[in-house]
Design a protein around this ligand. Structure first.
Ligand code: ADP
Ligand code: MG
Length: 311
């Protein structure tokens, strides 16, 4: 069995959101212990991960250091976080595997994901990223071509395109490494967004791809049987945060789509996870599970979490 495990950006920081290197290393250890449990059961695993907090930190460095060191574009930030988190995850996973006497090698693939240059997101950016700034500081960045939105009391926040992932450009490299027995970490942050010029040349673009939608596409591209979306809640919940709250257990993609249409899942958080789970099974995947790290290894056999199955 082959499983694609998608870890939330928050699975890579401490519970209170701190992202010092030691916080990220500790969080990676917890997440990789769950992945190692899976590997111990002879399951093939490909890991992908979010990078929101890490990219947020790089953007702050860009802003503060702009007068001294040239700021780098958002696609570079994506590439940097794929490499750094890949390295942290490989160290953590290999330590957990050694502890279990499981003999497997790990590899990280810096992964590009193709998006359309005419994606609606490029004309109407919607994805908020980075920190809040006061109006005058945001105005300066708007002059440099960035889009910032007034978010009321908290201040202004940058918004960027979140284009639809069309193809995982480096999926063949992931496939080859999986075939050779490696546990592969790939497509972090949903992939580095690239567009194709008329002659086919790829070029990075200032955008962020939704990690969960990227994960669904990667899962199909590497022929995964199961997509597990690991986050900080054990289930997707109907009437979330109300007295009528009810966990979603095993559902068909059509039932889940109907719940989504009723507005049960917040657009910036649970919404894309539900969409990704549905897309994966609608495209031929056997099962998609949304759950927390504690239930990750159980999720693969279908005993816990929110399990989306074909109609
Ligand atoms: P990650 O960082 O792991 O990708 P997010 O923070 O984006 O995860 O999404 C998980 C969060 O979604 C949960 O912590 C929860 O607060 C929120 N959420 C919103 N709507 C729901 C819902 N209907 N059911 C469960 N969680 C929900
Ligand atoms: Mg979160």
């Amino acid at each position: 069995m082959r499983v694609l495990v998608a870890l939330g950006g928050n699975a890579m920081t401490s519970a209170d959101g701190r992202a010092r290197p030691e916080d990220q290393i500790a969080a990676a250890g917890v997440a990789m212990a769950a992945v190692a449990d899976l590997l111990q059961r002879e399951v093939e695993v490909v890991v992908t991960h979010g990078n929101g907090p890490q990219v947020g930190n790089l953007l702050v460095k860009n802003e503060i250091a702009a007068a001294v060191v040239p700021p780098v574009p958002l696609d570079w930030c994506g590439a940097q976080t794929q490499a750094t988190l890949g390295f942290v995850l490989m160290d953590a996973l290999e330590a957990e595997l050694a502890r279990r006497s499981v003999d497997r090698r790990t590899a990280t693939v810096v992964t590009r994901t193709l998006v359309a240059s005419d994606d609606a997101g490029f004309t109407r950016p919607t994805k908020p990223i980075g920190r809040y700034l006061p109006a005058d500081e945001a105005a300066l960045l708007v002059e440099h071509g960035e889009t910032w939105e007034d978010r009321g009391e908290k201040g202004w926040r940058r918004v960027v395109a979140s284009p639809e992932p069309l193809r995982i450009v480096d999926a063949p490299a992931v496939q080859a490494l999986v075939g050779a027995g490696f546990v592969v970490i790939a497509n972090g942050g949903g992939g580095i967004p690239v567009v194709a010029d008329e002659d086919g040349t790829l070029r990075g673009v200032e955008a962020v791809i939704d990690k969960d939608l990227g994960a669904a596409l990667l899962a199909r591209s590497v022929d995964a049987d199961v997509l597990v979306i690991g986050t900080d809640v054990p289930h997707a919940v109907l009437h979330y945060g109300t007295p009528e709250a009810r966990d979603v257990g095993v559902v068909t993609a059509a039932e889940m789509r109907a719940y989504a249409a009723e507005g049960h899942f917040a657009s910036g958080s649970m919404g894309p996870k539900v969409d990704a789970a549905c897309r994966f099974v609608e495209a031929g995947g056997a099962r998609a599970v949304i759950t927390d790290l504690a239930h990750l290894s159980d999720a693969v056999t279908g005993t816990s979490g929110t399990v989306v199955v074909p109609n």
